[in-house]
Design a protein around this ligand. Structure first.
Ligand SMILES: *[C@@H]1O[C@H](CO)[C@@H](O)[C@H](O)[C@H]1NC(C)=O
Ligand SMILES: *[C@@H]1O[C@H](CO)[C@@H](O)[C@H](O)[C@H]1NC(C)=O
Ligand SMILES: *[C@@H]1O[C@H](CO)[C@@H](O)[C@H](O)[C@H]1NC(C)=O
Length: 442
């Protein structure tokens, strides 16, 4: 065991006496193997736990005729100790599920299971029946004309479902097709929790159940284009068939003040293979930049902070002050107040910008008012962009010829009004997905 980490409290650093932390084996894996390849053995990495945490391990074997799917997680846990336990959630032949679970604290690396031996016995010989079922374990869709298996005698139904595991560092959808002795969507036989993993199944005929992180973020503060802020959610959402996950961040920095709008959730699929950072307007003058990602694996929209955007921004070159002065403002809600701050614009800018950016979609409905310095080459901040990740955007600025869209939101936004009224940095994670934002100034 190692001594507890140093704790810093009000600038004083001290060592907690007598408190020890544990080291545990650590790692996750998900593999499919032929039954003939079992038993399997493995080695694990290591991790140091927080105070009071124990070591956990959860191993799950799903047998499906000649194949077996293995899901393993090891690491630290706050759960209380639990003796090593082997549970048969569904007996074979055909599809069967067995797990090994344990939580311990009596010594470092006590979660030391290193093979399938304790919970695996070679399948007994079965009398083949007449039913044939597809044989599939896949994190994607199963192939149309994939391999088949001959089911045991007495088996009457082919199972076709998605088993979802979440917890202990695993987040996975496993599509399963195999032999069952009865109809229904009940491979798990009522099991909902296996060690540190929640398990659920779904047999709807459409594609795999996609699950995404979900939430919106609105922040207004100085320096959001320099200092990363946390961007996590505590909500998840089950998507409709065919949907993917998205995460989108929009940053507007006018100099002394900046604003960040973020959204995570399900989305209709978009063509985008990698996270995309886009600089809509840059130095000198108002900075508008965005990060967007659409991805199709479970809970893949899991960027933890705004550094996914900030790390891709060019470091602003120190620019000399020019001769122009502009009012600067960035605001949720209708328009900037009449008494905006003025700044001396950087060299290279030659006019002042004043406009509104309407942002809709991904749970956000906001009008973002912007004032700041602009270079000669540019009148618009968004350059005709209509989509930024999940957001539909529309820009209305002085001198624009087209008719602007009217702001659509009408619900009051008491939190925004309150905090913005105090002039403090604002940060919200909204529990509900729809976050209406409207003018907070008369
Ligand atoms: C499993 O066995 C089949 C045939 O026996 C073979 O074609 C396949 O490659 C094996 N799969 C793995 C993962 O070893
Ligand atoms: C399903 O679970 C129950 C109790 O949890 C058990 O008695 C039964 O044998 C299980 N069914 C199968 C097919 O394993
Ligand atoms: C301002 O920019 C212009 C070109 O845009 C350049 O010629 C000039 O030297 C710059 N002035 C300062 C003070 O940097």
């Amino acid at each position: 065991m190692s001594p507890a980490p140093l704790l810093a409290f009000l600038g004083v650093t001290f060592l907690l006496p007598g408190v020890q932390t544990l080291n545990c084996q650590w790692g996750t894996t998900e593999i499919v193997r032929n039954v003939s390849q079992l038993p399997l053995t493995w080695t694990s990495s290591q991790t140091a736990c927080e105070i009071n945490e124990g070591c956990q391990e959860t191993l799950l074997l799903i047998e499906n005729g000649p194949q077996v799917s293995l899901v393993l997680t090891k690491g630290c846990t706050a759960q209380k100790d639990q003796e090593a336990k082997v549970t048969e959630h569904r007996a074979g032949p055909g599809l069967s599920i067995t797990s090994y679970t344990r939580v311990c604290r009596h010594r470092d690396f006590c979660n030391d299971l290193s093979s399938t031996v304790p919970l695996w016995a070679p399948p007994s010989d079965t009398v083949p029946g007449s039913l044939r079922c597809p044989l599939c374990f896949s994190n994607d869709d199963c192939p149309q004309n994939g391999p088949q298996q001959i089911c045991p005698a007495g088996y009457t139904h082919c199972y076709n479902g998605v088993v979802k595991f979440i917890g202990g560092g695993i987040a996975s959808n496993l599509r399963v097709q195999g032999c069952m002795p009865q109809p229904g969507c009940n491979l798990l036989n009522g099991t909902q929790l296996i060690g540190s993993m929640d398990v659920t199944e779904n047999c709807s005929p459409r594609s795999a159940i996609q699950t995404c992180n979900r939430g919106t973020m609105l922040r207004i503060a100085a320096g959001l284009s320099q200092k990363p802020v946390e961007w996590t959610t505590n909500q998840e959402e089950n998507c409709n068939p065919g949907e993917v996950c998205q995460e989108t961040l929009l940053l507007i920095d006018v100099g002394h003040k900046s604003l960040l709008v973020g959204s995570k959730g399900c989305s209709s699929p978009q063509r985008q293979d990698a996270p995309t950072v886009f600089i809509h307007s840059g130095s000198p003058g108002v900075l508008v930049a965005s990060y967007a990602w659409f991805c199709s694996s479970i809970l893949c929209n899991s960027a933890k902070s705004s550094s996914v955007l900030l790390n891709s921004l060019p470091r602003p070159a120190a620019s000399a002050p020019g001769s122009l002065q502009c009012p600067v403002c960035v605001q949720f809600g209708g328009s900037c107040s009449q008494v905006s701050n003025f700044i001396i614009c950087p060299n290279g800018t030659n006019h002042c910008y004043k406009g509104d950016i309407y942002t809709r979609g991904g749970g956000v409905s906001a009008t973002l008012a912007v004032q700041g310095c602009m270079p000669e080459s540019s009148k618009s901040l968004l350059k005709e962009a209509q989509k930024i990740g999940i957001f539909s955007v529309n820009e209305d600025f002085e001198g624009k010829t087209k008719d602007p869209l009217p702001p659509s939101s009408s619900a009051p936004a008491p939190y925004l009004a309150l905090v913005a009224g105090l002039g403090l940095p604002v940060a919200f994670w909204c529990g509900g997905f729809l976050l209406p934002v409207k003018s907070i100034f008369p």
